[in-house]
Design a protein around this ligand. Structure first.
Ligand code: SF4
Length: 67
């Protein structure tokens, strides 16, 4: 059986991230603050989260979250 996983893992451009915490506040399942103080995506291929990733991407003040 062929299983096609349409999930994707957002990526944070750490060079752009200003550590505002908005993405973590909007979905703590998909984003965490890394040891470097910058956000990073914490979800993997098995992420079942139903957050609106497009809303989160557009809420990042510096456009650091890439799809
Ligand atoms: S919303 Fe953008 S700038 Fe703010 S912590 Fe997340 S990635 Fe960084």
């Amino acid at each position: 059986m062929l299983i096609i996983n349409l999930n994707f893992m957002p990526k944070v451009d750490k060079e752009k991230c200003i550590s505002c915490g908005t993405c973590v506040a909007m979905c703590g399942d998909c984003f965490i603050m890394g040891d470097d103080g910058k956000a990073e995506c914490s979800c993997g291929d098995d992420c079942k989260c139903d957050c609106n990733i497009d809303d989160i991407i557009s809420s990042c003040p510096v456009g650091a979250i890439l799809k």
